[in-house]
Ligand binder design. Structure first.
Ligand code: ATP
Ligand code: MG
Length: 375
């Protein structure tokens, strides 16, 4: 198992906390040892990866497991390729799930933890340019920048391409600008190819980046996929009796098949490059409440820290979180709307607190009532 944090100075696009923490795979290389909760774990197993994801991502257990195993086996394959020259058969990953359910968060959390160079890109932007290959080259250049120019580290990095479902083929679109042509361009790099990087000034000698060790994770909401799958269920007639059969059948039918994705509008060659598929689910009320309170950088904790800096203890009653969750459910953007509602809740209080140093404690008991202030 290679230590994932060998590049040490890796930066990620994450927003919270210092990035580039060492994955703690045991070799002690890389910066930030001790910053990771698993810094002295002997090996970066799928379970260890899931344990880390659990600290930041609520629920989505199946997707976490699938992702963790895929990452683990990818690292193993990289190692085998390096040590024994075994050709690398890469398993890129497709994350399917509604908006605001944790796709991007999961990838960012993962990259932070592994200490791998990580970049995100947007498939819609790729579909809007006439120069797809230049755009792909720019993404890989960013990956190299994130690895501080360390080519070997960049070649083990992760590229997350969001909104991949927007690349579906549509009738009447000219081939040159269609999502289909972007899929063609992407599948070459996803599989593994040498891509020429021009660098900034065009003066320096060209560098080539080999994408065969880079893991591509594609994400998208795939609205309408469930209907396609329901029409396309293939395992209806095996079962005769027994709850076990039913569970197995349900599991088989819940699987997204490449044919479903093709019916959705992806080209078969492209779906073929995404053998690992993980699904994220809609977040329910309880999950939304947990998201506000449980993660180590939860909205509640962030907010409490702001008040603490003013010398004020902020207490929000559990009922308030439930009220916020209900509102968020109505907005139908997953956990995305939570922050906005939260800000709205505390802004009027934060407006007055700094001018009144005698305030010691603020308690919020309902979204629809003023706060209780203790001086
Ligand atoms: N499962 C979750 N656990 C904790 N926080 C979450 C979860 N899902 C979403 N969030 C919160 O909501 C925000 C948006 O989530 P994220 O960016 O991961 O959504 P997404 O699935 O990528 O959606 P989109 O398809 O719109 O890009 C995150 O910054 C995070 O704070
Ligand atoms: Mg996203």
């Amino acid at each position: 198992m290679p230590t994932a944090g060998t590049s040490g100075a890796t930066r990620t696009t994450g927003t919270n906390g210092p990035a580039g923490t060492d994955a703690g795979a045991g070799a002690g290389a890389g910066a930030g040892a001790g910053a990771s909760p698993l810094a002295d774990a002997p090996r970066l197993t799928p379970k260890a990866i899931v344990r880390h994801l659990d600290l930041e991502v609520i629920g989505q257990d199946d997707a976490k497991k699938t992702l963790a195993v895929a990452i683990y086996s990818h690292q193993r394959k990289l190692e085998a390729a390096r040590m024994r020259g075994v050709p690398l058969a890469k398993s890129n990953i497709l994350l399917i799930g509604p908006s605001g359910t944790g796709k991007t968060l999961m990838c960012e959390s993962l990259a932070r933890f592994l200490g791998l160079p990580f970049v995100t890109a947007d498939a819609t932007a790729l579909a809007q340019t006439r120069y797809v290959n230049d755009e792909i080259e720019a993404i890989l250049q960013r990956l190299l920048d994130h690895a501080d120019g360390d080519l070997a580290a960049a070649q083990r990095g992760i590229v997350f391409i969001d909104e991949i479902d927007k690349l579906k083929a549509r009738d009447g679109q000219p081939a040159a600008v269609s999502g289909e042509s972007v899929q063609h361009a992407l599948l070459r790099v996803m599989e593994g190819s040498l891509v020429r990087l021009r660098g900034d000034d065009g003066q320096a000698p060209a560098r080539y980046i080999d994408t065969s060790g880079i893991l591509f994770i594609c994400g998208g909401a795939f609205v309408g996929l469930d209907e396609i799958m329901a029409r396309n269920q293939s395992y209806g007639f095996i079962s005769t009796s027994g709850a076990d059969d039913r569970t197995i059948l349900d599991r088989l039918n819940a699987r997204v098949k490449p044919t479903d994705l093709v019916l959705f509008g992806l080209i078969p060659e492209f779906t073929g490059r995404l053998p690992v598929i993980a699904r994220l689910h809609d977040l329910d009320r309880a999950a939304l409440v947990r998201i506000m309170t449980e993660p180590r950088n939860s909205l509640y904790r962030q907010c409490q820290a702001v008040f603490e800096a003013e010398g004020v203890k902020l207490v929000i009653e559990p009922r308030v979180f439930e009220e916020i969750a209900d509102l968020a459910l109505e907005y139908r953007t997953g956990a995305r709307s939570l922050r906005g509602i939260f800000e709205e809740l505390v802004t009027p209080i934060l407006y007055v607190v700094p001018d009144q140093p005698e305030i010691r404690r603020v308690a919020i008991t309902s979204l629809f009532a003023g706060p209780t202030v203790t001086r």
